[in-house]
Design a binder for this molecule. Sequence first.
Ligand code: HEC
Length: 206
Amino acid sequence: MKKLTVLSIVAATLLLVGCNESSTGAEAKASTEKKVEAPAAEAKTEATEAKKCGEGKCGANKKSAATEAKEAATTAVEKTKEAVVEKATEVKDAVAATATAAVDKTKAAASAVAEKATEAVAAATGPDGKALFAKCAGCHGADGKTKALGKSGIIAGQPAADLETKINGYKAGTLNTAGMGALMKGQVASYSDEDIKAVATYISGL
Ligand code: HEC
């Protein structure tokens, strides 16, 4: 009875070990099958892809189409960039030209205004031509249209520059048209350059 018990324990142990071994074997088999199946599945996928490639639907074609699209987009972007730079340069040049023209115009206008202002200031603060003519009127007439002492020309309306030159000539003693230069010298001797300019301008306007 004791022997039998021992034997049965041994048998049971063997049986258990055997079972375990057999289950391990099954697992090994399954994992081996998996290992073989996986590459097979991969190969199949590759084959399918290859077939699709033939029809222009494979990943590689997709990739190259994407690359082409990307390249086209890059080219388009480059072209747009160039066009924008070109247009910007044109616009810049045009704006610069317009600005220069505007600046020139403004400068011209400003200098014209400054000139007018200078004239106005001179007229307002300079010698009074009318007042300076008062003593000339006795011989030349209040309207400047009398031949002084029957000898001079009519001074009214002569160009201011000519009158200025003549009066300066009398003042310097270098002008003597009708032998009465000395008399005229006495009339204008005390007149300054500004006085002569002012009176000449006044007579010119008569
Ligand atoms: C006393 C008279 C008299 C007075 C005043 C007089 N003039 Fe004369 N003016 C003459 C005579 C005369 C002449 C001619 C002089 C000559 O022989 O060149 C003359 C000549 C001129 C001429 C040259 C005309 C020409 O076209 O040849 C001018 C200009 C002139 N006078 C301006 C003036 C001015 C300006 C004043 C006042 C500051 C003045 N005169 C005062 C008598 C006068």
